[in-house]
Design a protein around this ligand. Structure first.
Ligand code: BGC
Length: 454
């Protein structure tokens, strides 16, 4: 076996990512709080409740955990519905709270990355039609200015909107997120408005803080044809991937929003990213299916032999991450992996998932692509949207009833990666021995040629 350490560039950011509604608790003024109270919306009838009780102050102990575990960065989001509970009424105490967290991160040696929108909206905003209305752009811009004015001396990296594609499809096509609609036209409109809002926020942030780095967190879902030789599988896989993954990064590059048959110029969006935020979790196979017209005649799924997470939500597909990085690299911007991770309550899956994905990340840095940081999803188990508490994504387990945290094996593994700024065979041997032969192939060139995957 090859013994090696894969080193990352100096100054690489290693952290975890969280979002306000998922960790704070008691977020009564946003659309999710009301949605969770409706029967049948959240798996098992779960509620966010106290979540990880960050609003009650437990962010301090969790950021201690992150820092003690060798991390040097943290990605969090601010909750719009706390800062602007009613249109134009700003809550200085909420802004104080975020300033304290951000200062708390800095005091612990964690570079803060702040997202301005991560799925949740103020109730008043949704009541006015939310992101389907052109006024959403101005509302979001005003909110952005308030937050950036307050945090500009402490935050240099901003994510305007997290995963606008996931938000738009879930809220307006699959009906999984509030307001639970199923309307493709609205889905497209919401993506376009979020793009405009991003472009306005980009300029506002730079006007207040010229040196800031501003981007979006783009969710990339890998989609490969189930049978690569079948032209119909290839066609639908390509179609679905381009409808889901490409429209927003595309319009931010050239000002043209292309989705399916729809094409619109949004010139103000052109060139409004200083970095590329990439969220990658998994890759699926897509087969042509005449029975799925609303899904562009494709059916997505994981292959029978896939290495699946406990609820089958994620397949461990590190090569899909490599392809996602390749795709992101095509936008010729510095890349931050703003999310990557897996649900795993027992801790036996995450280490090999981590090992495989960090190795692919290293391949990218090794090609001198500008990959600047990696944020694992997530630090402590949190409220997982329509899946409630049924999935456990944390390096630390949480019992939300009693707020008890318990470290999972992946936490120590990730801590070693962060401290070493690298991944070694020795670490993989200790935390994910089953992944060793595949990740670090034998030092026999014959075997490499025979297709050992790296
Ligand atoms: C979202 C997170 C979520 C994670 C795992 C991502 O798409 O940005 O908020 O918790 O997926 O479900």
């Amino acid at each position: 076996m090859i013994r090696a350490t894969h080193h990352f560039p100096k100054g690489f950011l290693w952290g975890t990512a969280t979002s306000s509604h998922q960790v704070e608790g008691d977020n009564r003024s946003n659309d999710w709080w009301a949605w969770e109270a409706e029967p049948g919306k959240i798996l098992g009838g779960h509620r966010s409740g106290m979540a990880c009780d960050w609003w009650g102050g437990r962010w301090e102990e969790d950021l201690d955990r992150a820092a003690d575990a060798g991390q040097n960065a943290h990605r969090l989001s601010v909750e719009w519905s706390r800062i602007e509970q009613e249109p134009g009424r700003w809550d200085p105490a909420a802004l104080d709270f975020y300033e304290q967290i951000v200062q708390g991160a800095l005091d612990r040696g964690l570079t803060p990355v702040v997202s301005l929108h991560h799925f949740s909206n103020p109730v008043w905003f949704l009541d006015q039609g939310g992101w389907t209305k052109p006024g959403s752009v101005e509302h979001f811009d005003r909110f952005t200015a308030k937050v950036v004015e307050r945090l500009k001396d402490k935050v240099g990296l901003w994510v305007t909107i997290n995963e606008p594609n996931v938000y738009a499809y879930n809220a307006y096509s699959s009906g999984l997120f509030p307001p639970g609609e199923e309307d493709l036209q609205k889905t497209i409109l919401v993506m376009a408005n979020m793009t405009r809002a991003h472009a306005a926020a980009y300029r506002t942030i730079h006007a207040i803080q010229p040196e800031a780095m501003v981007g979006m967190a783009h969710h990339y879902r890998g989609m490969r044809p189930a049978h690569p030789k079948n032209p119909l599988d290839r066609l639908v896989a390509g179609l679905r991937s381009s409808a889901f993954n490409d429209p927003i990064p595309g319009v931010l590059r050239d000002g043209i929003f292309r989705i399916l048959w729809h094409r619109k110029r949004i010139p103000e969006a052109r060139g409004t990213q200083d970095f590329f935020g990439l969220n990658y979790y998994t890759e699926e196979e897509v087969a042509f299916s005449p029975n799925h017209p609303t899904e562009l005649f494709g059916q997505g799924g994981f292959p029978a032999q896939a290495d699946l997470s406990s609820t089958g939500f994620i397949a461990n597909e590190p090569l899909g991450f490599w392809r996602a990085l390749n795709w992101a690299h095509g936008f010729r911007l510095p890349i931050y992996v703003t999310e990557n991770g897996a649900e795993d309550p027992y801790g036996g899956f995450r280490p090999r998932y981590l090992a495989g994905h960090i190795r692919q990340l290293w391949r990218a840095t090794n090609l001198s692509w500008q990959v600047c940081g990696y944020f694992h999803w997530t630090l402590v188990d949190n409220f997982e949207w329509e899946r409630g508490w049924s999935q456990r994504w944390g390096l630390w387990a949480l019992d939300p009833e009693i707020q008890l945290r318990t470290k999972r094996p992946g936490a120590d593994f990730y801590a070693e990666i962060c401290r070493e700024n690298g991944l070694s065979t020795d670490m993989v041997a200790r935390y994910a021995p089953e992944a060793l032969p595949q990740l670090f192939p034998v030092d026999d060139p014959g075997q490499l040629a025979a297709g050992a995957s790296f």
